[in-house]
Design a protein around this ligand. Structure first.
Ligand code: PGA
Length: 248
């Protein structure tokens, strides 16, 4: 099974030059491992084209961290989904908690997903409760409302990354049972809406090579969205190795 998905979200942690140097380092470090899983690196917009050149011929894939809600037009500073496709992005993160905190709405996130699907990019739709609450499933249901009204072209791929806000960058992880409950709930929502997406369920929030041993017991987990631990090549390599040992 090659399609266990490991997505590295580099956020705005590296400058343009640092991104290119680190991409080269990681491409060399993961040369062997990358053949056994799908590894997607998501640098910031300005480095996408050059990162694509560096990873050409390797088994790494390219993803973006966001895109515009609009397809084109007078929207200063925004990036078209079509441009991401032209550059060679196969994936794009949308609805990340940090972007939601800047005011992005569920409706806007659904429009981004639509734009990405139109140009053949797989959205990585992030969702999750904003704080610990007994009604975490209610909040997740609400986050998916607009999305579920999108008419999917039959069997389009969609990655859903469950990232509870309280777990991002904190070292705190939900239990495997909690994560599986969320995956089951989302699955039911898609079935209930008659949706024909091919879903991949990812978990994100404080993942490192140690947490993978715990996460492996989650039956429907098919990938990970990882931030800080992918910014150190040795840690990144350990994570990939650990995934290969535990999942493949
Ligand atoms: P983290 O970030 O792995 O540093 O917790 C995850 C994310 O924000 O996607």
């Amino acid at each position: 099974m090659k399609n266990f998905l490991i997505v590295a979200n580099w956020k705005m942690q590296l400058s343009y030059k640092q991104t290119l140097m680190y991409t080269q380092e990681i491409t060399n470090a993961l040369e062997q491992e990358a053949h056994a899983a799908t590894i997607v690196i998501c640098p910031s917009f300005e480095s996408l084209t050059e990162v694509k050149n560096i990873i050409k011929g390797s088994c790494l894939d390219l993803g973006a961290q966001d895109c515009s809600t609009h397809q084109k037009g007078p929207y200063t500073g925004q990036v078209q989904a079509q441009s991401l496709a032209d550059i060679g992005c196969s994936y794009c993160i949308i609805g990340h908690h940090e972007a939601r905190q800047q005011g992005q709405t569920d409706y806007q996130i659904a429009r981004k997903a639509h734009n990405l699907l139109t140009v053949g990019i797989t959205p990585i739709l992030c969702l999750g409760e904003s704080q610990k609450s007994p009604d975490f499933l209610g909040e997740i249901t609400k986050q998916l409302d607009h999305f579920l009204s999108l008419s999917a072209v039959s069997l389009q791929h969609l990655a859903i990354a469950y990232e509870p806000a309280w777990s991002i960058g904190t070292g705190l992880l939900p239990s495997p049972e909690h994560i599986e409950q969320v995956f089951g709930h989302i699955s039911n929502l898609f079935v209930g809406a008659g949706s024909s997406f091919k879903l991949a369920f990812l978990y994100g929030g404080s993942v490192d090579s140690n947490s993978i041993k715990v996460l492996r017991s989650i039956p429907h987990l098919s990938g990970l969205l990882i931030g800080s631990a992918t910014l150190d090549s040795q840690k990144f390599k350990n994570i990939v190795r650990s995934c290969i040992t535990n999942y493949l």
